[in-house]
Design a protein around this ligand. Structure first.
Ligand SMILES: NC(=O)c1ccc[n+]([C@@H]2O[C@H](COP(=O)([O-])OP(=O)(O)OC[C@H]3O[C@@H](n4cnc5c(N)ncnc54)[C@H](OP(=O)(O)O)[C@@H]3O)[C@@H](O)[C@H]2O)c1
Length: 281
């Protein structure tokens, strides 16, 4: 499989690293960046090729767009022109938050299939969970190609595109919630008299170990929590304080705010490009 990655920041480079780890040959991976220094540095470290948008590789199965949301329109404009001037017909995989597939499609030749993905930063350690949604022109074969790219950095699941804002709130932003819990536990541990290094090791190990337990077998979080909680014991005393603080409502509110912000940023309600304006892109 030949993969081109446009935008080699944190997510783009993590994908390149994952593909190399998973055994995709480095010669079949090409990176396209903006800062030449950064792009050649990534290419050198992973042994992959470099191209630019006006000079894409002659063959490419999946073309990943991994630039920031404010950069995507410029990149798609150039990509649309490049694809119109060539016989290349890759699946375009956007990991960019916000822009829906029907808008991405307006920049590209109509025969180019588009798939959108919402990965998360555990991708950098090969432990992402990524949701993908197909654009109108993407086939089962296109989805399988995209899955084989993204499975190099973790787990992949399919969702309807209208669920991607909820996915963003859960797994896209989710690592930050876990890091906040880690930060709060470390602070609380220090108020109990533990030094920072000890607190840090205890909390990090607890979160890593507990996450590993969540991923094993059929036992879910409710049973795992019950197994640590003896009646009137220490864990029960802590959990009662959490419940009294209405932590569940706080979580629902936080995830709803993230989902609503994702909807807002995706510019739903923005007028679609007309064929004439699309030509200018
Ligand atoms: N980070 C997350 O948690 C996360 C999770 C899910 C999805 N995403 C999505 O992933 C995308 C990338 O995020 P990131 O954290 O990897 O961002 P990032 O580190 O800022 O990387 C973006 C890269 O795109 C490059 N770029 C900008 N304009 C370009 C152009 N015209 N041609 C080629 N490359 C160009 C930038 O190069 P320069 O440095 O030279 O400007 C930069 O290296 C974002 O759209 C984000 O929504 C991120």
């Amino acid at each position: 499989m030949r993969v081109t990655v446009i935008g080699v920041g944190r997510i783009g480079e993590a994908l390149v690293a994952g593909l190399c780890r998973a055994g995709t040959s480095a010669e079949s991976i090409t990176v396209v960046g903006r800062s030449m220094e950064r792009t050649f540095d990534v290419a050198h470290r992973h042994g992959v090729r470099v191209a630019d948008l006006r000079n894409l590789p002659g063959e490419c199965d999946v073309l990943v767009v991994a630039v920031k949301p404010q950069q995507i329109e410029g990149v798609l404009t150039d990509l649309g022109s490049a694809l119109r001037g060539s016989a290349l017909r890759p699946v375009v995989l956007s990991v960019v938050a916000g822009m829906p597939t029907n808008r991405i499609e307006q920049f590209l030749p109509s025969v180019v299939p588009v798939v959108r993905a919402m990965p998360n930063t555990p991708m950098t350690v090969g432990a992402a969970v990524t949701a993908i949604a197909r654009g109108a022109g993407a086939t089962e074969h296109d989805l399988r190609l995209v899955e084989s790219v993204l499975e190099s950095v973790g787990e992949v699941l399919r969702v309807p595109e209208d669920q991607l804002d909820a996915v963003t709130a859960v797994s896209g932003s989710g690592p930050a919630y876990v890091f906040l819990v880690a930060e709060m536990m470390i602070d609380a541990a220090m108020t109990l008299g533990l030094d920072r290094v000890t607190a840090d090791r205890l909390v990090t190990g607890t979160l890593a170990g507990s996450s590993a337990m969540l991923g094993v077998g059929d036992v879910g979080p409710v049973q795992l929590r019950a197994a640590v909680t003896s009646p009137a014991g220490t864990t029960a005393a802590a959990l009662e304080v959490f419940e009294q603080s209405d932590i569940r409502r706080t979580f629902r509110g936080a995830l709803t705010a993230a989902r609503d912000r994702s909807v807002e940023l995706s510019g739903v309600g923005r007028p679609p490009l007309t064929p004439a304006s699309a030509d200018q892109h």
